[in-house]
Design a protein around this ligand. Sequence first.
Ligand code: MCN
Length: 797
Amino acid sequence: MTATQERAEVAQEIGRDRRRKEDQRLITGRTRWTDNITMPGMLHLAMVRSPFAHATITSIDKSEAEAAPNVVAVLTGADLGESQGTLINAWAITTDQVAPAHPPMPPDRVSFAGEVVAVVVARSAAEARDAAELVDVEYDELPAAVDLKAAARDEVLAHPDLGTNKSAFWKFDSAEAGTGGDVDEAIAKARDGGVVIEREYRQQRLIPAFMEPRSVVVDPTGEQITMWSATQIPHILRFALAATTGVPESKIRVIAPDVGGGFGGKLQTTPEEWLVFAIARRLGKPVKYTETRSESLMVGHHGRDQWQKLTLSAEKDGTVTGLKVELLADLGSYVSLIGGGVPVLGAFMFNAIYKFPAYQFNCQTVLTNKTWTDAYRGAGRPEATFAIERLMTELAAELDMDPLELREKNWIRHEEFPFTTVAGLEYDTGNYEAATAKAKEMFGYDELREEQRRRREAGDTVQLGIGVSTFTEMCGLAPSRVLGQLNYGAGGWEHASVRMLATGKVEVTTGASAHGQGHETAFSQIIADRLGVPFEDVEVLHGDTQVAQRGLDTYGSRSLVVGGEALVRAADKVIEKARPIAAHLLEASVDDLEFSGGRFSVKGTDQGMSIAEVSTAVFTAHDYPEGIEPQLDSDATYDPVNFNYPHGTHLCAMEVDTETGQVKMRKYVCVDDIGTIINPLIVSGQVHGGLVQGIAQALWEEAVYDDAGTLVSGSFTDYLLPTAADTISFDIDHTSSPSITNTLGTKGVGEAGTIASTPAVVNAVVDAVRHFGVNDIQMPCTPERVWKAVHDRDAGG
Ligand code: MCN
């Protein structure tokens, strides 16, 4: 093979539709999920959970459970005593945040239905569950704070000892920050000669219904305590266990084996993990706990749950002048790992792609007696995007303008990037014009508008609505200095290592921890191109704190833009390490060498050798210059300089049956700009999955509690998780404005579909029935709500 052929074969992995390496083992059942792990003498743990949302525990009788067959231990919060401490709450937003202590198993009072009051350990899982039924707990039920608005008024206290349900208040004001004008002035001016749109939107509570329920195994019998957990965050979990148990990090190994989805729902350090860790140590035996699906829906954390009060001001020609946001966010019963900060993430995104001259964001987080909330795909950004994209649509309707025309009038033009927004962020790159033009054409926008007009005029039973969503989001969590300013308890860097092996193959570790995103494939593509080695020769290791020792894990669409950049930097260091060795072997000067396509060549000659050959030579020939380390390896920690800002234009056509309230998706087009795409196939999967989750919020999913604080939608019969049969095939495409924040020019994609699609769908549903006087339908837009909006204006939207 000639050098040219060799180069051609190894180049151009980035941008290639590679099937995912990991899928072979995932879809043929050749992997080991946490629940598949067994070991000799392993015990099984079951949780006894409170049926009440708020109650005092008056007594616990363990005797019958202790006498049940093969039961090894029954433990309560009182048995664990002071050792429990409190779980970590890493994101306080403000230093005066009010937060209850969070013992994993409280001894005296429960604060939400499903809270653990006792654990049973037995020789089999079935025996543990059966015995858990025998634990007799007496409660004195207390009034529960369930409704968010009532809780914000402190009508019933979720934690009486705190004296208030108000946890933290956080405000951003463009006039105070010097990033814009005074919003109250802008609104007052618009009331006198302009337009003011005021709305209140409900972000219903959602459940991140991942496929694999949470599961944890702890083996305390070795030199180290090893925990396997179906988690997104093995590194953060190791830190939290060390910080809350006093066991040094060096004695704890956390392994996240293949993990069946998370969507933010496994971005927690859970009471269950803490309890299994503590009890396995106490008993000196391996212990496993796997939650049931019901437990997963009830106590795996929830997402969203906000009321948004919004005021948008504009001039009569549609030029926006101000936006004021007042947010109430339900934290649930405790302030979870990052739950306190999630609503504030939206603060920077309400202004979206628009040039607002004045902006104010007020956020009050509130404690209630419900399962705690935390990140759910998009975390803060879907809420903000929904609100602004609904508002811009309402403004367009008010002014009788086309919603795309209104957006174009107000958006940042492509030549204005990088652009500092009224919320104080610097958007890297973007081209809203290009994405919108492409989406309009793919959608057949004008033709569908014409059909809509015809149907309205004819008074058809089934009306057509067109929904627009021109979103942007901040991803790549996160520059450490920004997190510091927001009182976040950890940095936002990521770590990677690259090691060339003796055979010329490459071993890579990343601190990112995939749980469905295909990192092994995409990261292999990056390294294959960077080092010029075959894709198959790259092995990516992750999700084990012993193997990838440093890391901050996977969430916030950060793995590629932060973790991928760390990989590039580590690979570049390896090339620089190989360079003097190659020069030595080629008997050339370092300055005369060029590296391209995996090959060091002596300028102006046909002499050269591949980096794989250099690696083999280091190992076999022991032939390298004096004073050089005989290893082709390196690592890098990358702390991002900025977020990056993917964007896109999503267009949705919905058919609404005005007699039954049934809605049916007719067409969905999205054109996203995520800069350079590493693997288009993976990206399509991410976008499709993300879209379905966003559409599900618009149309189907809602976690409902009754007045006593019991989760009513505690199974998939009531919590309407969509299947493939409920959706259509989406038309997706891309434009590209490479980011200037990382070497590859990439932007994140893991949350984009979810963030963009919810308002596109609701805008379309409302658009279909606007001529009946409808200007809002609360999510999820069930047939009942749609019907009422059309037929019973007092009861509807
Ligand atoms: N990618 C790419 N080119 C780009 C951007 C991304 O090829 N320009 C690829 C990446 O290499 C990676 C995947 O797309 O393989 C997603 O990358 P990224 O946007 O960096 O997101 P993360 O890997 O950090 O994943 C987190 C993100 C989030 S926040 C949620 S929530 C979510 C999501 O990913 N949860 C998921 N996608 C999920 N997919 C699955 N299957 N399961 C989940 O739980």
